[in-house]
Design a protein around this ligand. Structure first.
Ligand code: ZN
Length: 345
């Protein structure tokens, strides 16, 4: 099966009332773990690469690995998505490489740090839509800003600033109408990474996880029931994974995640794509630390990359079941980019 346009995976998820995990990858082991999990749970899946990932692995290697994934599991619909594209040029490069979907994050300027004006965001997102749709490629845009930094990309806003940059539902309606994008990343108080912008308990002084503005999701879904929403920074940062890292020499205090129940609530209200990166990083790091601690004589990379891949696999299986995509790989006949061109005419 060729890689499918992400739009189809999201449309089908909307029909079935489930969400689809979009998992970030940097290397072969992550891609293999995702595909094995998708196969074993019979799930459609989105594999995504950030600009940082493409730089680390070199674009051509990731492209070939993703093609191998689609070839090894021809019955699994897989979309290959660019995460946080920062310009029309970057999106064009990804499309030329064969990505079936791109994110144009026009919420920030090309530096990936300074928030753009609303007009700038509309203009750059529309430019990407006008380039991508005639090629059948899906476009995700973002309105509002997230906290935290992801591969150097993110406004790095404080908790208070995050609250000032939540997605405005009325503006979201205007944004979708003006750009014609396929999926909208919403800012509801989530941050990238394991150290999410938390809040201080006024009594104990302890750090607590962020409160998400779920009402923004409800409101956007009410205004635009057909709009596919995307939740970024949606790792759950399970305590047991952080504990393994800390138990074997790591140092990760004050980590927060987004509870699975909140993601599931979002899925009930129009969230179709759920971005998860940190959880697989935690699983991989914990497995490697444990192996090194318990068997310090080992030095063959396979000795620690194999358990790392297995630990990541467990995370993907859990997320695929929790988001509801499990069991849906065979529901539909995948279309090609060529077929998708007709959707946009
Ligand atoms: Zn993101």
């Amino acid at each position: 099966m060729p890689l499918v346009p992400m739009r189809q995976i999201l449309d089908e998820a909307a029909k079935g009332g489930y969400g689809v995990g979009a998992f970030n990858v940097n290397n072969m082991e992550q891609i293999q773990a995702i595909m094995q999990a998708a196969n074993d749970t019979n799930s459609p899946v989105i594999i995504q690469a950030s600009r940082g990932a493409l730089k680390y692995s070199k674009m051509i290697y990731l492209k070939k690995l993703m093609e191998a994934a689609a070839e090894e599991f021809p019955h699994i619909p897989v979309a290959m998505h660019l995460d946080h594209g920062n310009s029309l040029e970057t999106c064009k490069e990804a499309i030329a490489l064969g990505f079936t979907s791109v994110m144009m994050d026009g919420s920030l300027g090309e530096d990936g740090k300074t928030p753009n004006s609303y007009e700038q965001n509309v203009n750059v997102t529309l430019a990407v839509v006008e380039y991508a749709h005639p090629l059948g490629v899906t476009v995700e845009g973002e309105l509002g800003c997230l906290g935290g930094i992801e591969d150097g990309h993110g406004a790095g806003l404080s908790d208070a600033q995050v609250q000032d940059h939540l997605t405005n539902p009325a503006q979201a309606e205007d944004f979708v109408a003006k750009t014609g994008l396929d999926a909208l990343a919403v800012a509801i108080g989530t941050s990238h990474g394991a150290y999410k912008a938390g809040r201080k308990d006024p009594v104990t002084g302890q750090m607590l996880p962020p409160v998400l503005a779920m009402d923004r999701i409800y409101e956007i879904h009410k205004r635009m029931p057909k709009c596919h929403m995307v939740m970024h920074g949606s790792s759950s940062v399970p305590k047991e994974l952080v504990d393994i890292i800390n138990q074997y020499g790591g140092n990760m205090p004050d980590t927060f995640g987004i509870p699975i129940e909140q993601i599931q609530d979002g899925i009930k209200h129009g969230v179709r794509k759920v971005n998860v990166d940190t959880d697989s990083r935690l699983a991989i790091t914990g497995a490697i630390r444990k192996l090194f601690a318990e068997k310090p004589e080992k030095f063959d990379p396979r000795d620690y990359l194999k358990p790392a891949r297995e630990a990541a696999y467990d995370v993907y299986v859990k997320r695929m079941n929790a988001f509801g995509q499990a069991g849906h790989a065979g529901d539909y006949k995948p279309i090609t980019l060529e077929d998708a061109k007709a959707l946009y005419r």
